[in-house]
Design a protein around this ligand. Structure first.
Ligand SMILES: C[S@@+](CC[C@H](N)C(=O)[O-])C[C@H]1O[C@@H](n2cnc3c(N)ncnc32)[C@H](O)[C@@H]1O
Length: 263
């Protein structure tokens, strides 16, 4: 299925991120394969592989729920939801990422709809889902002032929105290159935090301050239920260069927002 708008009609950041993610997709195949193999109770989140059993990011009972993953990449989060009884749909801006997702669906015998499109403009009806979820997907690569209203439109009353993003303090402490780890100083302003571009590539990503997140969620009929500030285990490791374990043990390098659409 496709949510295609012509390339020229896509917002600049969506067009640029599509080109970059089509280029990066090959580097994400191994992680996709590994993550697809994780069984209920063994799932892990984020760059430090924090266990679901520790975080409780997912709702307890997913059985029969309609879910949409916004920026599903290789689709492993949706595969986890399917194994827990949900009916997932995934949307992603990169055809190359979706090619991996489709191959892994076939290998694991878990089929769900995959849409090639922009999570800021999803070609599906209002109030079709009980849960919208994003792990470093639309949650950081799409404009929150576009994708949050779209998530609100897609959710039924009482539906949940759960998304994982880079920690706000991490963003403030990160130099313009993602190849260097976060410093122990604030190197960019907090006020006005929104769209960021990095030195080494053509991608665009998005970050908000806490007040802006709360106001945006509430303006779109969400009640904020929780903000999890993730701390990796003492022996955790990551392949990503932008933060060290020592840093992430002291400050939150990842955050999970949980919100619920007013009923
Ligand atoms: C780090 S991956 C996260 C997905 C998944 N957790 C994974 O690791 O495979 C980021 C994904 O967001 C997708 N993405 C970026 N901008 C998007 C947009 N506007 N709409 C939908 N997906 C988007 C990218 O194509 C990429 O596959």
């Amino acid at each position: 299925m496709t949510g295609e708008t012509s390339l020229e009609e896509l917002p600049d950041h969506v067009r640029r991120n599509r080109a970059e993610w089509d280029r990066w997709a090959a580097d994400y195949v191994a992680n996709g394969e590994r993550s697809w193999r994780l069984r209920p109770g063994d799932e892990t989140w984020g760059i430090w592989d924090i266990p679901e059993a520790t975080l409780h990011l997912l709702p307890d009972d997913l059985d029969g729920l309609d879910t949409i993953e916004l920026g599903c990449g290789t689709g492993y989060v949706s595969a986890w939801l399917a194994r827990r009884g949900a009916h997932p749909v995934g949307i992603d801006n990169s055809e190359a990422q979706l090619a991996t997702a489709r191959r892994l669906q076939a290998e694991h015998g878990i089929e769900f709809a995959l849409i090639h499109g922009n999570a800021e403009n999803v070609p599906l009806q209002d109030a079709s889902f009980d849960l919208a979820i994003s792990e470093y997907g639309a949650s950081i690569w799409a404009d929150p002032y576009r994708w949050v209203p779209e998530a609100a439109r897609l959710l039924r009353p009482g539906g949940r929105l759960i998304f994982l993003v880079n920690g706000t303090i991490l963003t403030l402490a990160s130099p313009d290159t993602e190849e260097e780890p976060a410093t122990e100083r604030l190197v960019r302003p907090y006020f006005g935090l929104h769209r960021l571009e990095w030195d080494e590539d053509d991608s665009v990503s998005f970050y908000l301050g806490y007040g802006d997140w709360i106001r945006l969620l509430r303006a779109n009929d969400f009640e904020v239920e929780d903000l999890l500030e993730l701390q990796p285990a003492e022996d955790a490791s990551t392949t990503y260069p932008f933060v060290t374990l020592g840093w992430a043990r002291r400050w939150p390098s990842e955050e999970v927002w949980k919100a619920r659409k007013r009923g």
